[in-house]
Design a protein around this ligand. Structure first.
Ligand SMILES: CC(C)(COP(=O)(O)OP(=O)(O)OC[C@H]1O[C@@H](n2cnc3c(N)ncnc32)[C@H](O)[C@@H]1OP(=O)(O)O)[C@@H](O)C(=O)NCCC(=O)NCCS
Length: 168
């Protein structure tokens, strides 16, 4: 399953320190859909029904984090869901290619894991293409380990790794 959310009230926006790019972390809004969809198309080569983002944020609005620039335009996001008791699953995670390597992914992941801890989750899982060395290295830095090989997991036939971190 992958994304879309409604205007469920998210967490209070977190304004980041001046040492980071001018980014604000906030909850997802319906008006974010075109921007999030554009990031997904470029970064993940996927196209989803726009309604998906809203529906996936229903159960856990705080699991859908958006990094917005100074004009409040989304430049990255992390969409996590909780479909299994005491567990979170990262469904989508991407930063606009023009804004990578500036710490925005780190901010999103750090905030997300904090929310997982606050919810008392015992495990966080995700799936990643076996060819996505950048993302695998990033996740390893956050103590995610490969727990399974998912054969032909992606629509183009590529294998995936399931990775997990416990506790979050
Ligand atoms: C994975 C992804 C979300 C990371 O986002 P990001 O904003 O680039 O992440 P960060 O900038 O926080 O960290 C990326 C790397 O840059 C480094 N970095 C961060 N800020 C830096 C800086 N100011 N100077 C130099 N390096 C820096 C980090 O140490 C990190 O190193 P690593 O490659 O060893 O992990 C991003 O690469 C992306 O969108 N990829 C495409 C989509 C994707 O693959 N998603 C995951 C699918 S499962």
């Amino acid at each position: 399953m992958r994304c879309i959310a409604d205007t469920a009230p998210g967490p209070a926006p977190t304004v980041l320190p001046e040492s980071t790019p001018p980014v604000t972390l906030r909850g997802f809004r319906f008006s974010d859909v075109p921007f999030v969809a554009a990031i997904v198309a470029e970064a993940l080569q996927e196209h989803y029904d726009p309604s998906l983002y809203g529906s996936l944020s229903h159960d856990w609005a705080d699991g859908f984090l958006v990094a917005a620039d100074s004009r409040d335009v989304p430049i990255g996001f992390l969409l996590g869901v909780s479909q299994v008791e005491h567990e979170a699953r990262i469904l989508m995670f991407a930063v606009d290619r023009h804004f990578r390597m500036q710490g925005i992914g780190t901010l999103l992941m750090t905030q997300f894991l904090g929310r997982c801890r606050a919810r008392g989750f015992r495990r966080v899982t995700l799936e990643v293409r076996v060819s996505n060395a950048t993302a695998i290295r990033f996740y390893a830095r956050y103590q995610f380990s490969v727990i399974d090989l998912l054969r032909a997991y992606y629509s183009d036939g590529e294998n995936g790794y399931q990775m997990a971190r416990e506790p979050p």
